[in-house]
Design a protein around this ligand. Sequence first.
Ligand SMILES: Nc1ncnc2c1ncn2[C@@H]1O[C@H](COP(=O)(O)OP(=O)(O)OP(=O)(O)O)[C@@H](O)[C@H]1O
Length: 352
Amino acid sequence: MTQTQLLEAVKQLQDPETGRPLGVTGQALGASADGDKLVAEVGLTSWASCIWSETTDRYAQALRAQVGADVEIVVRPFERPAEKIGQIGLAAKSVIAVGSGKGGVGKSTIAATLALGLHRAGSKVGLMDADVYGPSIPHLLGITDRPHAENNRLQPVVVDGMPVMSMGLLVPKEEAVVWRGPMLHGAITQFLKDTDWGNLDYLIIDMPPGTGDIALTLSQLLPLTGAVVVCTPQDVALLDAVKAIAMYRKVGIPLLGVVENMSYFACGGCGARHDIFGSGGAKQKAAEMQIPLLAEVPINVDLRKRGDDGRTVDNFDDPASAEVLMGMCRTLVRGLAEARLAAPPMPSLPVL
Ligand SMILES: Nc1ncnc2c1ncn2[C@@H]1O[C@H](COP(=O)(O)OP(=O)(O)OP(=O)(O)O)[C@@H](O)[C@H]1O
């Protein structure tokens, strides 16, 4: 096989972000030989950074099958800025709402974790806390700074290099937020519109639990990529999760996955897994409702402590929690990429 033929094969591979052939998107960067080995150079965007490694494995396998020789894949970062979406001019490739049927199931922890995980993997991520009634993101991330205005735009607070905005950063901590629907709509719109998010791969939105008000507002403002619903294994929490899923479906927001939080207790002493609240509930419910199960996150005392101490960021430095949490991020992005690959080709570059 000649290098020209290899390059032709590389051009047929699909970009995980857009689902389009690398030859069409300009991401087939080269083909060369290095002794007995062939080398294919591909460009991948930061949107897909969390699945770069599995994408290149897939590429290598496909090319190997075609050329009958070992092929090494060299990845180069490929820039493709987000197009502005919605009436509010937000530049984000994927906007993901994280919701739950009821409070206290760890929705904010999971929202912050998804954002931090994607960010750590190399994507450009913003985290917006839309839980106006109980904004816990500032606490979980230990934010003490206030957002400031610059050129008439709110500058988000930066945590670990990631922009974060929360109603909790604008309202004094002890003050209760009592808002009617139109005020809520206004606050969320302003939040999205007036915040200088920059160019994002993902905007993760921590939704208030229960009601559909904010989900409806958001779905009217911008094309939401979809929602992730967080639940715990108890039957009653699952029922609440089913209600939340029904609510998202009603307002036309696709369901990207379910996360079962506090799924089981992994005993540090004996190493056994204890299913305190039963097991398999979310998995079964998710399968019934044809929604992917993104992760079963165990109850972890360190996770709770870090949350209380505002050090949720550190969960990714702890191998015990990092693996399952990063796995959750990968499963989410893999699902988005698979949907894109399965979708019919689009005339222009799609906004995911
Ligand atoms: N897997 C876990 N293991 C241990 N503690 C956890 C886990 N997930 C969340 N927590 C803890 O549970 C508490 C509630 O979490 P969190 O604030 O994320 O829930 P929530 O659903 O967003 O609640 P609310 O609706 O009140 O904001 C926090 O103290 C958090 O640190």
